[in-house]
Design a protein around this ligand. Structure first.
Ligand SMILES: [Ca+2]
Ligand SMILES: [Ca+2]
Ligand SMILES: [Ca+2]
Ligand SMILES: [Ca+2]
Length: 502
């Protein structure tokens, strides 16, 4: 046998041994879905044994840190300047002082399992909503100028709610709330300064373990809703609800490639770098039967029926889409339940994603969708990661670098009505030397004028404009994320895109 063939054989043996080792998980406990009988057997790593895996990463995030909590946390949410989480029966507001700190603790009658932050009462201060499934409650806390949260009201839900999200689904410049119950998706709104009330109920047969995501899935400038069934043994995982100003226009369906196990979480964001929001779903069990599904939005505004699959580390569960390395392209983040890792797929300029890189985490048995939040915890502009883990409490990874940021002056207030094609705006910059403006949801960017720490931009609007203005500051290759955004209104426009200026 020639040396070259021996080398090839040895390489084959080594590769085979390595992949066999990687594919055979050290038998830890069953994943909670498998233990509950809603997914075939998939195993967590053994708690006392670190699994062999590639540990390489590009240093986007610093090593994990933990916030000492006596209680296990169940949920997390971040939105500057409000960061919040829950632990046991406590709702926590978080601050930063050389590390994550708890600045407000509210004790509730039952565990807040899913949190959402939004501009719910329209005073431009971030508010917080929480689901308490054990007592079938939806709680609302309003943000104040001192940033203290004040309880506004508790509402009673008829069945156990899960997967809470806040966004302006009705296009009235107030964020609405959406959540799942065992048979429906509920949308709650506040029309004309009235108290929050149920405004739309969508049929959604499910056996709990569901997830929701909000985003514009057909590029008409209006937010739509995707609902995911998180149990296995089903043929239809995703229901897509096209909404127009909070009313249902159409329902569509997509099966997920769940690798014979189950789908776990859904997120919406542009991961193909064309400005159109895509659907991303985490699915599967142990490798090699674990994958991220990407359902790209096509140029005709339809979500593809055939997902692109990205190989995943074991049991990818909670998901987030964010430009975590601030290069101008969205990335996908996934938590791998029981497998001690946060995995990151970096988005690239050509609209593809790199193979995942891994960041070490402490052992946690389950990362339900509401356990992962991405936002700026230490207020340096760089996106950080906050994780609720069911064994230790809160863990977090701080971005290795700061990032630039920008504001938009008040002449463009949220939901400004645009009456002429001439459009101008201005704002301020922090840690930045340049600023880009997008009027097509991020598909293309124009350069604004920058003088010192201020910027200005004016243009004649084209025949149609996406009803959202996005600005992002730049400092060399480092790009602000997320963009600073304002919704626009047009005095005369039609229901469907393209919107027409008259
Ligand atoms: Ca839409
Ligand atoms: Ca896209
Ligand atoms: Ca990126
Ligand atoms: Ca930061």
């Amino acid at each position: 046998m020639k040396p070259i063939k021996i080398m090839t054989l040895l390489t084959l043996i080594i590769v085979t041994v390595a992949s066999t080792t990687a594919q055979q998980p050290a038998r830890g406990p069953l994943h909670p879905k498998s233990a509950a009988g809603v997914m075939p057997a998939a195993y967590l790593a053994h708690p006392n044994q670190r699994p062999a895996r590639p540990s390489s990463n590009s240093g986007i995030l610093q090593p994990v840190a933990s916030l000492g909590l006596g209680d296990a946390a169940s949920a997390a949410a971040i939105d500057q300047p409000l960061a919040s989480a829950s632990a046991g029966n406590h709702l926590l507001r978080l601050g930063w002082n050389n590390g994550l700190t708890i600045v407000q603790t509210t004790t509730l009658t039952s565990q807040p399992s899913s949190l959402a932050i939004g501009q719910i009462n329209n005073d431009r201060l971030a508010d917080l909503a929480a689901l308490q499934p054990a007592t079938k409650q939806l709680g609302l806390w309003r943000g104040t100028l001192s940033q203290t949260l004040q309880l506004t009201q508790h509402y009673t839900i008829s069945t156990e709610p899960e997967a809470l999200h806040a966004a302006d689904l009705t296009s009235d410049c107030r964020d609405d709330l959406a959540f799942a119950t065992p048979g429906t998706i509920q949308i709650w709104s506040q029309p004309n300064n009235n108290p929050m009330q149920a405004s739309l109920s969508l049929p959604f047969a499910n056996r709990s373990m569901s997830d929701l995501a909000l985003g514009d899935l057909n590029y008409d400038g209006q937010l739509d809703l995707a609902a995911l069934r998180g149990t296995g043994g089903i043929t239809q995982h995703l229901d897509l609800f096209s909404l127009y100003r909070g009313s249902l226009l159409a329902t569509d369906y997509r099966p997920v490639d769940d690798q014979g196990f189950a789908a776990h979480a859904v997120a919406i964001g542009d991961v193909t770098n064309d400005g159109r929001a895509d659907l991303v779903v985490s699915a599967g069990g142990n490798i090699p039967n674990a994958a991220i599904n990407i359902f790209a939005q096509q140029s005709d505004g339809r979500i593809t029926t055939t997902p692109q699959l990205l190989p995943a580390w074991h049991l990818p569960e909670a998901l987030a889409i964010a430009d975590i390395n601030h290069d101008g392209f969205n990335d996908i983040l996934a938590l791998n339940s029981g497998w001690l890792a946060l995995t990151i797929y970096r988005g690239r300029v050509d609209g593809t994603l790199a193979a995942y890189e891994t960041y070490d985490l402490p052992y946690s048995t389950s990362y339900r969708p509401e356990t992962l939040a991405v936002g700026d915890l230490n207020r340096d502009g760089g996106l950080d990661v906050l994780i609720a883990d069911d064994l230790r409490g809160l863990t977090y990874l701080i971005n290795s670098s700061a990032a630039p940021s920008a504001t938009i002056d008040d002449q463009i207030v949220p939901c400004s009505t645009i009456t002429t094609p001439h459009f101008s705006m201005s704002g301020t910059l922090t840690n930045a030397t340049a600023l880009d403006v997008s009027l097509d949801a991020g598909a293309t960017w124009q350069v604004a004028n920058v003088t010192g720490t201020t910027w200005s931009y004016e243009t004649e609007l084209p025949a149609w404009v996406y009803p959202l203005v996005m600005v992002r500051a730049r400092q060399g290759d480092r790009v602000q994320a997320p963009a600073t955004m304002r919704r626009l209104r047009f005095q005369h426009h039609r229901i469907a895109a393209p919107l027409v200026m008259q």
